[in-house]
Design a protein around this ligand. Structure first.
Ligand SMILES: [Zn+2]
Length: 313
């Protein structure tokens, strides 16, 4: 099985340098490392440069980041063999558009608006930076004793500062399944009331404690659509740090097709034939208010496009 090219996938050879994360002297030296480039992140937004239709992440010199004034530490992302990539949390700044310390970094934009337009490997750097900064902002206190925590391992963990506790916490991710359900020459698409106008997508849901992924697929489809599925197959994954999901894409075959949609989750849904979807429009992206498929950077869209192209069963 193959799919359209994924977004947010690290390029071959990218090295996260995990074996260096515990070298505290090296970590401290990164603040002034001449070859290091830093991706500033401010409350989930990235500094960008370039024209609106072709933006790129704005990576600044490590030496231009006011680390001490921000109370920030370099978060190690990795190296592509040429550049050592870091992230910096600008969260201590109230308004980055007027703050002299950081306003030169450029406009700050939500990744969801620029992600599909970023060149090459920048998307993978962006999602790692965004996800790690989110982790640090949300784990400032220990879940065991309530004490303050501190960043360790070059930004890939936090440790409780209470010497009697010392609990370590690692970045959290919430796995979620997203499932293309087929019935002969049709697929199941539905609308959540939370979707943009017109958008229809495949069904998705978070994995619950104690479930296998296959259990989750069966439960979510039963709960949301009232049908049973089998022949569950894993297809591909996609990091989705909005804020901290990992999307796991599956296909499944409907055993029953009489839909009973959960009105709490779905306001509309049905079986869509391939020829009808292909006829709707050439683009089929959200934005017009008419029937549309999910954004091109989503794994939902990749599953549907893969099926339309005949590369998925
Ligand atoms: Zn603690």
């Amino acid at each position: 099985m193959s799919l359209p090219a994924p977004l947010y996938q690290e390029p071959p050879g990218f090295d996260r340098l995990a074996e260096r994360r515990r070298d505290t002297d090296w970590w401290a030296s990164l603040k002034t490392e001449a070859t290091a480039r830093v991706l500033p992140v401010w409350h989930g937004k990235h500094a960008v440069t370039g024209p609106r239709e072709a933006p790129a992440l704005n990576a600044v010199s490590a030496r231009s980041v006011p680390w001490e004034a921000l109370g920030a530490q370099p978060i190690l992302l990795g190296t592509d063999g040429t550049v050592l990539w870091l992230a910096a949390d600008l969260g201590a700044v109230d308004d980055p558009t007027v703050d002299d310390r950081v306003c030169g970094f450029g406009p700050l934009v939500d990744l969801r608006t620029v992600g599909p337009l970023l060149p090459g490997a920048q998307g993978a750097l962006a999602v790692q930076a965004r996800g790690l900064v989110w982790f640090h902002q949300r784990h400032r206190f220990c879940g065991v004793c309530g004490g303050a925590t501190e960043m360790i391992e070059a930004g890939h963990a936090r440790r409780c500062r209470d010497t009697g506790c010392g609990a370590t916490v690692f970045p959290r991710m919430d796995p979620a399944v997203i499932v293309l359900v087929t019935a002969g020459a049709s697929i199941l698409l539905a609308r959540s009331p939370r979707f943009p106008p017109g958008m229809h997508s495949v069904l998705a849901g978070f994995v619950e404690v104690g479930e296998s992924l296959e259990d989750t697929v069966r439960r979510e489809i039963r709960e949301e659509a009232g049908i049973e599925v089998d022949d569950i197959r894993y297809v591909a994954s996609q990091p989705w740090p909005f804020p901290q999901s990992l999307m796991l894409g599956f296909t499944a075959r409907a055993v029953t097709t009489d839909l009973r949609l959960d009105p709490e989750e779905l306001e509309e849904g049905g079986w869509y034939r391939r020829e009808d979807l292909l006829a709707i429009s050439a683009d089929r992206s959200v934005g017009t208010g008419a029937f549309a498929l999910p954004r091109r950077d989503s794994i939902a869209r990749r599953l549907v496009d893969g099926w339309l192209a005949g590369t998925l069963p």
